[in-house]
Unconditional design. Structure first.
Length: 69
């Protein structure tokens, strides 16, 4: 039996949706993409990959803040 990881499936959907031209999107289409991206974030956040991304972004934000002073 084939097991599909929901996070991977959502990531593939996001990539295909973002490849479309901006002019071809309606407001409803853009909102749907945002909902999918938020759901993907919720699924990735508790994993070790999500924690690594969070740590990296925290360091990046801290570095940018320090550079601005």
């Amino acid at each position: 039996m084939l097991t599909i990881n929901v996070a991977v499936l959502l990531a593939v959907i996001v990539v295909f949706r973002l490849r479309r031209r901006t002019e071809a999107r309606s407001r409803l289409d853009e909102r749907f993409t945002v909902v999918i991206v938020l759901a993907l974030g919720v699924l990735i956040a508790p994993t070790s990959v999500g924690q690594g991304i969070m740590d990296f972004l925290g360091r990046l934000a801290s570095g940018v803040t320090q550079a601005g002073r």
